[in-house]
Design a protein around this ligand. Structure first.
Ligand code: BDR
Ligand code: CA
Length: 322
């Protein structure tokens, strides 16, 4: 009997590149399950134009100058870009490493234009992964609410369900950097898989893994090893050693199917958009815990609380091909 392989699914990535965004980008480039058809950048770890420069440089190192990159929102829906997090991702977002310049410019138009165009070109097939603040996605929904009908699903790295926040006691960076956008995206008429700190803090890259990347005889992987240096230092107070949580690549791996959620109830998720200490919190209704976390009827957001396998070996295996 002959076997037919499903063609790779078209996938749009929205990101604030960013050290772990760079890992997510590389993971997606090395994933035969999907075809990366476009990248939009957003304020967050760095400003959106710098994120685009980083993305273009990383794509060039991977030999993927064919992937369009568009600059997205400079500011959150309410308020202004806060200047990023140079102590986490470096002043340039890639650990203050100077990557070889791609020489390529971002695509004409905004990230919203790119996402909407791709949603028409790949209507009913396009998958979306967002690993930065959700401003571009919210603006795209405002511009064209029918976007939800053309997208298969949305995977978001963001939030904290039962875990503390990382920028406030309850706020995770991607959600807290634009709570209004997150609220709009999580209440839209589409299926969202939320990959929160509850799981991303449990998948770590170690110094031996970084060394493996540094010693790879390929074009992109050794640069990723360099880029990770500063980020590894940032994690010392949290983990007691140089290492890195794998926030964004875990979301990419969940979207691609490389890692499978083993506990991911569909529950109501409300984003706190008030100005109090809860601003940016993802309030997940997990009261079904003692009944085995049944899905709540009508809920469209799956909150990933556990996965089947460690990401690190598979991440390394894929990155070492680039
Ligand atoms: C998220 O915030 C950013 O700093 C990372 O790139 C990741 O997307 C983790 O909270
Ligand atoms: Ca990110």
């Amino acid at each position: 009997m002959s076997q037919t392989c499903a063609p790779p699914a078209p996938l749009y990535l929205d990101c604030d590149t960013g050290v772990d965004d760079a890992l997510a980008l590389a993971y997606l480039l090395a994933s035969p399950e999907i075809d990366l058809v476009g990248v939009g950048t957003v304020h967050g770890n760095v400003d959106a134009p710098q994120g685009a420069t980083n993305t273009l440089d990383l794509l060039a190192l991977a030999g993927r100058d064919d992937v369009p990159v568009a600059v997205g929102a400079h500011d959150p829906l309410a308020g202004s870009y806060d200047g990023g997090v140079p102590h986490v991702h470096g002043r340039n977002g890639v650990g203050d490493v100077v990557l070889p310049a791609s020489g390529r410019s971002p695509a004409a138009g905004t990230a919203v234009d790119l996402l909407l165009r791709l949603s028409h070109e790949h209507a009913g097939r396009l998958r979306v992964v967002a690993v930065g603040p959700l401003t571009n996605l919210a603006l795209a929904l405002r511009a064209d609410p029918t976007l939800t009908k053309r997208v298969v699903d949305v995977t978001v790295m963001g939030g904290a369900a039962l875990h503390p926040g990382n920028v406030t006691p309850v706020g995770e960076a991607n959600i807290a950097n634009d709570p209004e956008a997150a609220a709009e995206v999580l209440s839209a008429d589409w299926d969202v898989t939320l990959v929160p700190l509850d799981v991303t803090m449990a998948h770590l890259l170690e110094e031996t893994d970084r060394k493996t990347l540094l010693e790879a005889g390929t074009t992109l992987a050794p640069w990723l090893g360099e880029v990770l240096d500063l980020y590894f230092g940032f994690h010392v107070p949290t983990f007691g050693r140089r290492c890195s949580a794998l926030h964004d690549p875990l979301a990419a791996a969940v979207a691609v199917g490389g890692v499978t959620p083993t506990l991911a109830p569909r529950v109501p998720v409300v984003v706190d958009t008030t100005d109090g200490p809860g601003r940016g919190q993802t309030v997940c209704d997990l009261r079904g815990r003692y009944a085995g976390y049944p899905d709540v009827p009508g809920a469209r957001t799956r909150v990933v609380l556990a996965t089947d396998a460690p990401l690190t070996p598979q991440l390394l295996e894929r990155l070492l091909t680039l």
